[in-house]
Design a protein around this ligand. Structure first.
Ligand SMILES: C[S@@+](CC[C@H](N)C(=O)[O-])C[C@H]1O[C@@H](n2cnc3c(N)ncnc32)[C@H](O)[C@@H]1O
Length: 270
């Protein structure tokens, strides 16, 4: 099970307790704003080998369980396990079914036996894990030979418009930090898993104003949780300065917010 008593890992990612609490709070609002998340997860489903029929699968960082239910419909529901660090997400997902078990746990220390899964599916969750090498080593451990680890994540360049706009206002950390795509490449290459595909593709969303974007991030539970983020309320003058700075990015469709998405399919050697 998750050991949240451990100190946060070194690096710039937020404390796991805060991640779990933030996503738990977002459980009821998440689905209403998760358009990009659904699109990205659907694309990951489309990248699974077509003839692949896992006996036991894991939805890692299942959130509200949208893809748990998609996996349950595509493969046998009774062999599925959905895992998340946020109890609030699990409480929301469990009654909607899709998997036999809904388990609280940490992707960096999976509460599963070795060689117990044929598929580990994880969409837009591992960017929250400071120690991605541990996530890979855990996926390697729980997969059977020939098993597949399919994941999506976010890398450097995500929300750069918001980050650069805040930088012009106060130079502080207002946007979650992300690993570089090269780090994903190196860590996957060193994981002992074979890389079937690994690529980085940008997705750009558009908003009428900055407030719509920041409200959406909060409803997703994905607003800034980094150590070093500014505390307290954000003053009116600073918000106005942010709105003005973001305007430099405006396009015909509105204010852009770029997500740099990593898509990966890895396979455990036979
Ligand atoms: C953006 S949501 C994605 C949810 C779902 N996979 C989807 O595509 O809609 C990220 C999820 O990852 C979970 N998460 C973050 N860190 C985690 C960790 N270390 N172990 C397991 N789950 C984690 C969060 O609680 C949250 O539910």
């Amino acid at each position: 099970m998750t050991d949240l008593s451990l100190p946060p890992l070194p690096g710039a990612l937020p404390d796991k307790r805060q991640v779990a609490a933030s996503f738990s709070r977002a459980a009821t609002s998440y689905d209403s704003v998760a358009e990009l998340q659904r699109d990205v997860g659907q694309q990951l489903l489309g990248r699974l080998p077509s003839s692949f029929m896992p006996q036991r699968w894991l939805d890692l960082g299942c959130g509200t369980g949208y893809f748990t239910r998609a996996l349950g419909a595509r493969f046998a529901e009774t062999n599925g396990l959905a895992l998340d660090i946020a109890e609030g997400m699990l409480n929301h997902a469990r009654p909607q079914g899709g998997a036999l078990y809904f388990v609280a746990g940490d992707a960096e220390r999976l509460p599963l036996q070795a060689a117990s899964c044929d598929l580990v599916f994880s969409s837009l969750a591992v960017q929250w894990c400071a120690d991605f090498a541990s996530v890979l080593s855990e996926a390697h451990r729980v997969l059977k030979p020939g098993g597949v680890f399919a994941f999506t994540s976010l890398c450097v360049g995500t929300l750069y418009e918001l980050r650069d706009s805040w930088r012009q206002v106060d130079g502080l950390v207002h946007v979650n930090r992300f690993r570089g795509f090269e780090t994903y490449q190196h860590l996957c290459a060193d994981s002992g898993l074979n890389i079937v595909s690994l690529e980085n593709r940008p997705h750009v969303l558009h908003y009428s104003d900055v407030r719509s974007l920041t409200h959406e991030l909060k409803a997703l539970g994905a607003h800034n949780l980094n150590p070093g983020r500014p505390g307290g309320l954000t003053g009116r003058a600073r918000i106005l300065a942010l709105v003005e700075a973001y305007e430099q990015f405006r396009q015909a469709q509105g204010l852009p917010a770029t997500y740099q998405v990593v898509y990966a399919v890895l396979e455990k050697p036979l």
